[in-house]
Design a binder for this molecule. Sequence first.
Ligand SMILES: Nc1ncnc2c1ncn2[C@@H]1O[C@H](COP(=O)(O)OP(=O)(O)O)[C@@H](O)[C@H]1O
Ligand SMILES: [Mg+2]
Length: 380
Amino acid sequence: MREALGGKAFVRAEGTGRSVKPGRGWGETRGVDSGGMSITELGRTGGSSVLDGGIEPAVRAQGLVKAFGEHRAVDGIDLEVRPGEIFGVLGPNGAGKTTTLRMLATLLKIDAGRAEIFGVDVAGNPHVIRQLVGVTGQYASVDEHLTARENLWLFSRLQGIAAPRARRIATELLGQFGLEEAADKPIAQFSGGMRRRLDLAASLITRPPLIFLDEPTTGLDPRTRGQMWDTIRGLVADGCTLLLTTQYLDEADQLADRVAVIDHGRKVAEGTPDELKTAVGNSTLQLLLAEPDEVPVAAEVVRRVLGSEPVLSPEQGRLNVPLDQADLAADVLIALRTAGVSISSVSVAKPSLDEVFLALTGHETDASGKDGGNGTEESR
Ligand SMILES: Nc1ncnc2c1ncn2[C@@H]1O[C@H](COP(=O)(O)OP(=O)(O)O)[C@@H](O)[C@H]1O
Ligand SMILES: [Mg+2]
């Protein structure tokens, strides 16, 4: 995407000294050969394709395949992302998430199947696609020795934007992402969260209507993750469509309007987070007994009332009871009291997406702490 490295690219950016009104566009749209409609219009008007004048999905992929040697990293994935939504691709490490995004972004050849972005065929129109899609990596792909401002300015110049406008864009993005104070420090001094924000800022330079976020919060601490979530929600409020990958189930739950769960290169489920949860488990009654010794008695009561097995937790005195209907919880609680089992805490919850994943794939995710890395961090 940044092949246009000019001979004078490594020039230091100066402060502009100008105030920039925050806003959606950069004031002008770049001329792109997409049939007379600017790229910005193409995305933000809900994806009316220039090719047929209809409303097109932001992403439509059918039967996508990518093989590395014998190994099909992506093995026939269909996706449809609607304009204006946050679509989550959820799956464990190695599921094929990054490979899918890279194919959609023209960074990897599509081996089989086809994909369109706002109705534009990906394989046939790489230049148009690159204007439509902003890509962020799992790791901030910015130059350590330059400051945040210099990085943004440089990336703008690499995209062919004239110097004064590049300065303006850098200043505006630094403001939008809360990086003003650190703007003139080298990236080497940045925290993980600041790097991610800068990386995201860099992907917005061309104001693409569709943004790919590849594991935007992997490795960040909880507070920084929360900030990133707010930033991501802000992008959608601003009119963008987001396709994000995550191996964090809570992240998909918090952010995504719809989720595709993928495993070993295949889609195993799709729906809203609530639909996925409901499809699997309806509700779970979570009980903590006052006397841990009474777990066997409580389990017997559950079997008698519901005819199903409670799930015993390794935590002392805790058991979870899957329920077909939430109101069966009352029957269980009454029976427990009748049996003299005393309860110190009780809640009825939707199953977590962890439970959903386990039910769908028969194995757990490794979201809880493996390296979160990924074998495909090549040049962008
Ligand atoms: N360039 C590559 N060469 C060989 N194998 C690859 C390459 N990129 C990814 N893979 C393999 O494809 C599978 C999916 O990888 P990836 O898309 O990075 O998964 P995810 O992003 O879901 O963690 C993994 O088994 C990975 O090792
Ligand atoms: Mg990945």
